[in-house]
Ligand binder design. Structure first.
Ligand code: SF4
Length: 307
């Protein structure tokens, strides 16, 4: 792999500062190439707990992910290269809506997707990711669970757990990138052209697309399936960054986007330029008030124990 000058400068600076670079699957290929760790939210949460030797954590992902790393590492400096890398879905759950649901259903535990801000996590019983949401909800043993903020992930969970009522908050939280893929018409058209291909939908995709896909998988699940499957063509219902990663890791297999143009603008706010500058100036530091962080940490650690 030939690295460019800026990539080499970032690696040098990173070593000089004893920094670790955590990179989400949806980042651009040039950043994925120089990651110390590359993965989905759950994998990065786990890794964020195991970076004792690093003095600085550089998180290439969106706001809630960097916050999670800061919550799990209260004694470390965590920085995010762009303050504009904010997940719109994480901002869709107003605290008033969540508190109202808790008042209406005081007996119900609260399971929140990791794609929420720290303030919301602090109100949760347990956090979940798309790779463990169904198991976490089932393991609570409750008849009713408050769940949010992604309506499509709630649909995915409802199909897999039985006799548990989900109270979904807010009414219509969603990821615009996965909603953009619609009911999966473009993916089905690709399947017609490549009949041996596997169609994958992410649990954030619309219910109709989930129902039509061969597999509904988190990005970590997609990465595993790419290794295990004998198929050579995959129609991938998630963000372009994962397709870039899988294409690089499996050069003899073909990964096609379920809908072209499925890119997360928030993730793509981070580039090599602002990553270099962030490392150099050790900016933008992610902080979470102690009280909020302590409560949110309990919900995250409960997930790590349960998954
Ligand atoms: S892909 Fe969707 S859920 Fe993920 S960061 Fe982008 S907007 Fe948020």
């Amino acid at each position: 792999m030939g690295l460019n000058e800026l990539q080499r400068s970032i690696i040098e600076l990173k070593e000089e500062k004893n920094a670790v670079l955590l990179v989400h699957n949806y980042q651009i290929p040039e950043i994925q190439d120089i990651a110390d760790y590359l993965g989905d939210s759950l994998q990065l949460c786990r890794l964020a707990q195991r970076v004792e030797d690093a003095e600085l954590i550089v998180f290439c992902g969106v706001d809630f992910m960097a916050e999670t790393a800061a919550i799990l590492n209260p004694d470390k400096k965590v920085i995010i290269p762009s303050q504009k890398a904010c997940c719109p879905m994480a901002a869709m759950l107003p605290m008033s809506t969540l508190r109202e649901a808790k008042e209406r259903h005081p007996e119900a535990p609260v399971v929140l997707y990791v794609n929420t801000l720290a303030e919301a996590k602090a109100e949760a019983t347990v956090v979940c990711t798309s790779s463990n949401a169904d198991r976490i909800v089932a393991k609570l043993g409750a008849d009713k669970v408050i769940f949010g903020p992604d309506r499509n992930l709630a649909y995915y969970v409802e199909r897999r757990v039985h006799d548990i009522e989900l109270v979904v908050v807010p009414d219509d939280g969603y990821c615009s990138v996965h909603r953009f893929m619609g009911g999966g018409d473009e993916a089905m058209e690709l399947k017609r052209i490549h009949p041996g291909a596997e169609v994958w939908a992410h649990p954030e995709c619309e219910p109709e697309f989930q129902d039509r896909a061969d597999y509904v998988l988190s990005t970590g699940g997609m990465a595993r399936r790419a290794v295990e499957s004998d198929a050579t063509v995959f129609i991938v219902g998630t963000e372009q960054g994962l397709i870039d990663r899988l294409s690089r890791e499996h050069p003899h297999k073909t990964f096609l986007p379920a809908k072209s143009g499925s890119e997360c603008a928030a993730m793509k706010r981070i580039d090599l330029g602002n990553l270099y500058e962030a490392l150099l100036k050790e900016q933008h530091v992610v902080t979470v008030p102690k009280n909020t962080a302590d409560k949110a940490r309990e919900a995250i650690e409960r997930m790590l124990l349960m998954s």
